[in-house]
Design a protein. Structure first.
Length: 242
């Protein structure tokens, strides 16, 4: 069985950069470092209309970085399929486009598509994307997937917030809806991705229980863990006279 791939979400790197109005941390430099780490399959970015973290120009530059220097890696671009977003992905041609139903002012992705209600909007968009990129739809674990065979996306990304937040109390109960929907999606021949609030604690159980997951995208927890892992060493380097 194919090993689950890790796509590192670099939104938080861009958010930190934007908070000071300069270019530190340098997104391209950090992304290059990430891509050079064995086991990393690619990068995920989610540009939003206000460009509060990933900017549209970042997507263009990361697309060139991967295609020119890391051709065995992938760029996954997430976002609401506005006209501007669709123009961006048509221009940059990422390997995967993950469509999410976020309103423009959303803090972070917090729910998946309603495939029944959103069918007429999604169907032509998916067909437009698929000639040049793999298309994935962001779905809740309790979604009605009856329209999925007709929509025929290449993949589905399961929104794992409920699992991650239910895991500490009862991981078996938390994962049960995901096992069920994963089984039904697998039966349709559609690939399975997962993401949101996955971390070092809850990720192994998720993947061991649902081994057909092709890709996980992780950013927030990864950056938080990196701060914890490197904080003491960094502080010691700044201590005067150390």
């Amino acid at each position: 069985m194919r090993k689950t791939q890790l796509s590192v979400n670099v939104n938080k790197i861009a958010l930190l950069r934007n908070s000071r109005g300069d270019n530190r941390p340098n997104l391209l430099y950090t992304s290059t470092f990430i891509l050079s780490i064995p086991g990393v399959a690619g990068l995920t970015v989610h540009p939003r209309p206000d460009e509060r973290h990933i900017q549209y120009q970042d997507v263009r530059e990361l697309s060139h970085l991967i295609r020119d220097h890391y051709p065995d890696h992938e760029l996954n671009v997430e976002g609401y399929p506005s006209d501007t977003f669709l123009e961006l992905i048509a221009d940059t041609r990422p390997h995967q486009v993950t469509l999410v139903p976020d309103p423009p002012d959303a803090l972070t992705s917090s729910f998946g598509w309603d495939l029944v209600k959103d069918y007429d909007d999604l169907a032509p968009i998916i067909k437009t994307i698929q000639p040049y990129a793999r298309c994935s739809l962001f779905l809740d674990p309790n979604a009605d997937i009856t329209p999925l065979p007709d929509l025929n996306p290449d993949r589905v990304e399961l929104y794992t917030y409920d699992y991650a937040h239910g895991y500490p109390a009862d991981r078996e109960t938390a994962i049960a809806p995901y096992v069920d929907i994963a089984r039904r999606i697998d039966a349709l021949g559609i690939g399975l991705n997962a993401g949101h609030d996955l971390n070092q604690t809850n990720l192994p159980f998720f993947l061991n229980t649902i081994p057909t997951v092709l890709e996980v995208s992780i950013g927030h927890a990864l950056v938080c863990d990196a701060l914890d892992a490197g904080l003491e060493q960094t502080i010691r380097a700044y201590v005067p006279g150390a």
